[in-house]
Design a protein. Structure first.
Length: 184
């Protein structure tokens, strides 16, 4: 018998001063059986950093044809594709051909090895951005994970603070390993 995803609910208040985006989101996240709390919370952070009314969670781990998050326009064109972790280089190139912009949010002990191996090819792609979360950040965010969460995310000067309102706050300053070229 196949294991089922676990449903997490998050009330996320976002104050993104860099983009002038201030909204509350009621989110439902399906945690794949092979996913841990760190990866779940990195997906939630990726949502907060790129929040938009049309941004939604994809099938991620359950499908190679869908990202962890994506934003489509009204015609179905993919405006933004977001993957977390260390996606296969071939899948990243395919996503870059399908979407206007692609973002990879890498994390974990093997992320540096993944980037060292993938950078020669991925560095040539104009519409790709690769961010990396320092090793301590996903573990700290995982401590905020609950089946029902109320979180606040404040973003200013490309730094984020994710908190649960009880005094537990995680500071996040993603490292830019690769930025999309201007005009993308």
């Amino acid at each position: 018998m196949a294991l089922k995803s676990t449903v997490y609910k998050a009330e996320l208040s976002i104050a993104d001063m860099d983009r002038g985006y201030y909204r509350d989101h009621a989110l439902t996240l399906a945690r794949h059986p092979s996913e841990n709390d760190e990866r779940l919370m990195v997906r939630l952070l990726a949502f907060a950093l790129n929040a938009h009314d049309a941004l939604s969670f994809g099938n991620g781990l359950a499908s190679n044809d869908e990202p962890d998050l994506w934003r489509k326009d009204l015609t179905g064109r993919i405006e933004q594709w977001i993957d977390v972790g260390q996606p296969d280089e071939r899948l990243v190139r395919k996503a870059c051909g399908r979407a206007d912009t692609v973002l990879v949010v890498s994390f974990g002990r093997s992320a540096r090895q993944w980037w060292t191996r993938s950078e020669p090819t991925l560095a040539q792609i104009d519409n790709l951005t690769v961010l990396h979360l320092p090793d301590e950040v996903p573990a700290a965010m995982a401590r905020l994970a609950q089946r029902n969460m109320r979180l606040q995310c404040t973003i200013q000067d490309r730094q984020a603070w994710l908190g649960d309102g009880t005094g537990e706050t995680v500071a996040v300053e993603p490292l830019v390993w690769k930025a999309a070229r201007p005009g993308r």
